[in-house]
Design a protein around this ligand. Structure first.
Ligand SMILES: [Ca+2]
Length: 523
């Protein structure tokens, strides 16, 4: 997240804070004494003041941080659990009185030190967990159903519970407010907390939530199969993906009334890759018939072959290849892996067969089986009423060019929650979604993609000022070259008709023009 604003201030407040602190006056206790806490199922390995740069395990560079109390611990909520986590607590003089849990990425089992550092610099006490395993390959779930539960929801909740207690013991009082901030898997964790433990957090930032965890994996199987030959060779290349994105933007940029290189809502775009079909031999400027077919299938998304039901959305038009890095195209998760991303869910979580072959996947029976067997994995309940009733706030965001978590799924979830609650008006008072045109996965992309969601959420939770817009910026070579408001869904930013299209002040949030949603564009 973006927390540059307050970083300097927090650093300035900190010098020698631990030395001048008087534990008795603060009502708390020394950092070192936290090691003696006797919390059920929790082992505290170390508690000590860090007063200089910290190089996290596995990192190449040191984090520059204000002084803080570092607590390292392991929770064992089940006999097969091994949930490592850390809690970082500022000295009382530098503490903003609040707690922030931070999320993870992918299936990665590692503590999110960079996110913790950002929270600490803002004055937060903060915590992160490795979610109960190490590594990213999902083998940890083989024969360890409890570890899958830890990954699915339990590690974050246990971390939250325990960290709050540690903060209380260090500071002499509970935190005034608690926030959770995460993107991707962190967005999934955010939604799991909102649904399963609505009392854990007062404010939650859920970026690009990968919370439709099972169906997204079916989507990965579908899209990988669509983009590879039966013997596993990729049908598409990076230049072809970039070619398609360029053509998509050319075709659909103007649909929103402004030619600015951005598609306000790719769901309005019906671009057919057959428009790029080679008329003769294959070359860099065209698509072969198998390439056209592959792209159509990825747009269409996974379907139940028996009922025709869409079981997971396709990937968005415009997300094919909008940047050079593999993460800014279908390359990282769809094209380049020699096997489908998340195949481990089927091998190690579901079928317990390390040799399971994606070509044997049954999109009908296997989906039903997965949803019955792994109910702890997704967080897609539409009933957020307990979180709403408590007065907590949820700020969700997504990028309309996201090549990892298809943005249509994020928008569809918001629409479904609004429908369950009786409309957008009954949803906006506690849950708002901000979709960013031209933004990739959590950040990046040709559209404005830098914004401070946490400050907006703090204003909402602590002052009752709900965010109607988030001010987003885009930079090239470290220089801001465009600003644009992100609007509370379903509103969109519309150009007022005068002034620079790179200046947010020349845009207003309005209801989207009614556009017939495209149905399938290929069979
Ligand atoms: Ca446009």
């Amino acid at each position: 997240m973006r927390r540059r604003l307050l970083a300097g201030l927090a650093v300035a407040l900190v010098p020698m804070a631990w030395q001048v602190r008087t534990p008795a006056a603060a009502g708390g206790r020394s950092c070192e004494s936290l090691a003696a806490l006797t919390i059920p199922n929790v082992t505290v390995h170390a508690a000590s003041v860090v007063a200089g740069p910290l190089t996290p395990p596995g990192a190449q560079t040191a984090l520059t941080l204000p002084a803080f109390c570092r607590v390292e611990a392991t929770a064992r909520p089940s006999s097969d659990s091994e949930v490592r986590f850390e809690v970082w607590i500022p000295p009382v003089e530098a503490w903003n009185g609040k707690f922030q849990g931070v999320g993870n990425g992918g299936y990665q089992g590692s503590i999110s030190y960079t996110a913790m550092a950002a929270a600490l610099r803002r004055g937060y006490a903060t915590a992160s967990t490795d979610t109960g395993h190490t590594g990213d390959d999902m083998v940890f779930g083989q024969g360890h159903p409890e570890k899958i539960i830890d990954y699915g929801w339990r590690a974050i909740h246990v971390m939250t519970d325990t960290a709050k207690l540690m903060v209380r013991n260090a500071q002499g009082r509970l935190a005034d407010k608690s926030y959770f901030v995460g993107c991707s898997a962190g967005g999934h964790q955010a939604m799991s907390e909102v649904q399963r433990f609505p009392d854990d957090y007062d404010g939650v930032v859920a970026g690009a939530p990968a919370h439709n965890r099972i169906r997204q994996a079916f989507g990965f199987m579908w899209s990988w199969t669509a983009t590879h030959t039966p013997d596993g060779k990729p049908i598409l290349t990076q230049p072809k993906l970039a070619l398609v994105t360029k053509a998509v933007v050319e075709a659909c940029d103007g649909l929103d009334g402004l030619k600015d290189g951005l598609i306000t809502d790719p769901r309005t775009c019906t671009f057919d890759p057959a428009k790029l079909a080679c008329s003769g031999a294959d070359d860099a400027s065209c698509l072969t018939p198998p390439q056209v077919d592959a792209i159509r299938k990825v747009y269409d998304g996974a379907r139940n072959p028996r009922t025709g039901e869409q079981i997971y959305t396709g990937w968005a038009r415009g997300s094919e290849g909008f940047g050079e890095p593999a993460s800014q195209s279908w390359r990282q998760y769809l094209l380049e892996p020699g096997e489908p991303s998340r195949i481990g869910l089927f091998r190690y979580f579901l079928f317990h067969d390390p040799n399971w072959d994606v070509h044997t996947l049954d999109y009908d029976r296997d989906l039903a089986y997965a949803e019955e067997r792994l109910p702890h994995l997704p967080a897609v309940s539409r009933d957020l009423s307990a979180f709403k009733r408590r007065g907590s706030k949820l700020l969700m965001y997504g990028g309309w060019m996201d090549p990892v978590v298809p943005p249509q799924d994020t928008a569809a979830y918001y629409e479904a929650v609004a429908k369950a609650l009786g409309g957008y008006d009954k949803t906006r008072d506690f849950f708002r979604l901000f979709m960013a045109p031209g933004m990739g996965h959590c950040a990046g992309g040709p559209g404005p993609n830098q914004f401070d969601a946490l400050t907006a959420l703090e204003q909402w939770v602590e002052k009752g000022v709900a965010p109607d817009t988030l001010l987003a910026s885009h930079s090239s070579n470290g220089k801001v070259d465009r600003t644009r408001p992100l609007c509370a869904y379903p509103q969109v930013a519309r150009y007022k008709g005068a002034g620079s299209i790179d200046d947010a002040s020349n845009f207003a949030c309005v209801a989207p023009a009614p556009v017939a949603r495209p149905v399938r564009t290929s069979s």
